[in-house]
Design a protein around this ligand. Structure first.
Ligand code: HEC
Length: 217
């Protein structure tokens, strides 16, 4: 693309060439009287149509804009800002709630809350019973007995919470993504509530015994 500096197919006149009138016959090329500065003169041509179109367009747009913004068809900056700030505040609250640490005390409190246990029972019946049995005894199903004191993955409340949350590779799905944190807490509360219930046809114990001593139950 290297053109010689003074190529003749360039629009600009080369050195020494006479400056000719524009070839466009739409223009009258009448010189504007009384307009001469340092030897520079101007033609009295109309501005090009595309430029007037943009000019008229901005005027029409301004009328539309003033009407539309006053009738509420266009969002105002303040409203959008307020909505977004509320959204951010909601996200912050949610993030904070998600960060409240799951502790044995928190889970023990949930296990003492009837509403939580009842909600947990519903969740258990529809999600867990197919593998752990209606009463959590596991007999005849693939899941282990959840009512005895033997645990493969730990019997502390936080252990149970982690097992249910994260699942067991190849054995049990992770429930946290499906149920969400609160419902996992509920179902753990329910599992705690069926400790020692000895349902009929329960599965043989698996894992190591766990005696809750510091959990007050
Ligand atoms: C697809 C079948 C299946 C479903 C559904 C299922 N589990 Fe399990 N779960 C298993 C199996 C299998 C194991 C034993 C894994 C092993 O042996 O390591 C297990 C283990 C567990 C354990 C650990 C037991 C221990 O001894 O440490 C807990 C607690 C548990 N499940 C709770 C639940 C809860 C609560 C649900 C419902 C939200 C649920 N499971 C749904 C199959 C399932």
């Amino acid at each position: 693309m290297n053109k010689p500096a003074h190529s003749h197919d360039d629009d600009r006149p080369s050195k020494g060439e006479e400056v000719g009138a524009p070839s466009d016959s739409n223009y009258d090329d009448v010189l504007l009287e009384g307009h001469e500065y340092d030897g520079i003169r101007e033609y009295d041509n109309p501005i090009p149509p595309w430029l007037s179109l943009i000019f008229v367009g901005t005027i029409i747009w301004s009328v539309f804009y003033v009407v539309a913004i006053n009738l509420g068809y266009i969002d105002r900056y303040e409203e959008r800002l307020e909505n977004d700030q509320q959204e951010i505040a909601a996200l912050r609250r949610k993030a904070q709630a998600d960060q409240t640490k799951i502790t044995n005390a928190l889970l023990a409190k949930a296990a003492d809350t009837t509403k939580r246990v009842e909600s947990g029972q519903e969740i258990f019946t529809s999600n867990c019973a197919p593998c752990h049995g209606q009463k959590g005894g596991g007999g005849g199903k693939i899941g282990p007995n959840l009512t005895d004191k033997y645990w493969i993955h730990g019997g502390e409340l936080t252990d149970i919470y982690n097992t249910v949350s994260n699942g067991i590779e190849g054995q049990m799905p992770a429930w946290k993504s499906q149920l969400g944190r609160e419902k996992v807490v509920d179902v753990v509360a329910y599992v705690r509530s069926i400790q020692g219930t000895e349902p009929a046809n329960a599965a043989e114990p698996e894992g190591a015994p766990y005696t809750p001593d510091d959990q007050g139950s």
